[in-house]
Design a protein. Structure first.
Length: 321
């Protein structure tokens, strides 16, 4: 009886694998939906740049489904409930896999989705108001230590890139700086330009023009290596905070259970689009760099991010609004 059960189980497994291969060979036969955040955000921007090339490559329509709110949980819920057949994908920033660390959540994106690729990333730029008497990250740390709690940094929503990158810096540099929260990036930037706050960790797209014009002073970039989005700017890690690294990431996922043949095909075609020179140029002009990782590299990046940022979130007592 045992041998019969094993034979039946083996046969079922074989049939499942064959079905998956067959699906991968026939895929896609209908439009593919990419679920992402609200129109106009970084996720939406990335999805709409990738979609036309992917549509041409797969010879199928790509539909962008915007579902903003709840730190990505609305978009994530739509994907986790979708059939695992490769026709519903999720493109979202790295904040989505940090949600379980910030609030009670029915989803755990680190476990509930299959990684396809870490598509693109953008650094944050540490900029200060020109009136601040500092020329480097080391100067800023020294000033902050001399005046604990007196330097204010501008940031937008809780657990946003501007918030988490600043808190990581505060923790690793051992300084006391005060957060001033804004409802949007525009008012946060305007107050910094007006000298009402002293520093921020902003996107390259929003801060670089003001740094180049002299209205702000750029001190360093948040990535581990110098960034193409701001050539010549040193890293925070190399300027007094060894090991510091932060970047806003935008990744593509499929529902758990999607056949590996489909995941591999999607990865191959998305990466092919990302590596086109015209696509790279468009992303760079917006302060975004191409990554085009493997699924395994994305899974590793998620694990590392949850570990490093989880520590910061716990120590700073950060909770979602």
């Amino acid at each position: 009886m045992l041998s019969q059960r094993l034979t039946v189980s083996s046969l079922l497994l074989c049939m499942s694998q064959v079905a998956g291969i067959a699906q991968g060979q026939n895929y896609p036969t209908k439009p593919i939906r990419i679920v992402t955040s609200e129109v106009g955000g970084g996720n939406d921007f990335a999805a709409r740049l990738i979609a036309p090339g992917l549509s041409a490559s797969l010879n199928q329509q790509i539909v962008i489904d915007n579902r903003g709110g709840a730190s990505g949980m609305i978009a994530g819920d739509a994907v986790v409930k979708a059939a695992p057949d490769g026709y519903t994908l999720l493109l979202y920033s790295g904040t989505i896999w940090l949600v379980p660390l910030l609030q009670t959540s029915p989803l755990d994106p680190a476990k509930d989705f299959l990684p396809i690729t870490l598509a693109v990333s953008s650094p944050t730029i540490l900029v200060v108001h020109p009136s601040l008497p500092v020329k480097s990250v080391r100067d800023l740390i020294g000033l902050a230590k001399a005046k604990p709690g007196e330097l204010n940094y501008a940031s937008v929503g809780t657990a946003s890139g501007s918030h988490l990158s600043a808190e990581l810096f505060r923790t690793m540099a051992g300084i006391n700086i005060t957060r001033i929260q804004y409802k949007g990036s525009a008012p946060a930037l305007n107050d910094l330009l007006g000298g009402h706050t002293q520093l921020t960790f902003g996107t390259a797209g929003s801060t670089a023009p003001h740094a180049r014009s002299g209205r702000l002073k750029a001190l360093a970039v948040s990535t581990a290596q110098p960034s193409e989005v701001f050539p010549g700017l040193p890293t925070i890690a190399g300027s007094g905070v060894p090991g510091y690294e932060f970047r806003n990431t935008y990744s593509v996922f499929a529902p758990l259970g999607t056949p590996s043949t489909v995941v591999n095909l999607l990865h191959q075609n998305i990466v092919q689009v990302l590596k086109r020179p015209d696509i790279k140029e468009k992303f760079l002009k917006s302060g975004v760099e191409i990554v085009a990782s493997t699924p395994e590299q994305l899974a590793s990046a998620i694990k590392a991010d949850i570990s490093s940022m989880g520590k910061v979130i716990r120590e700073a007592g950060i909770r979602a609004d």
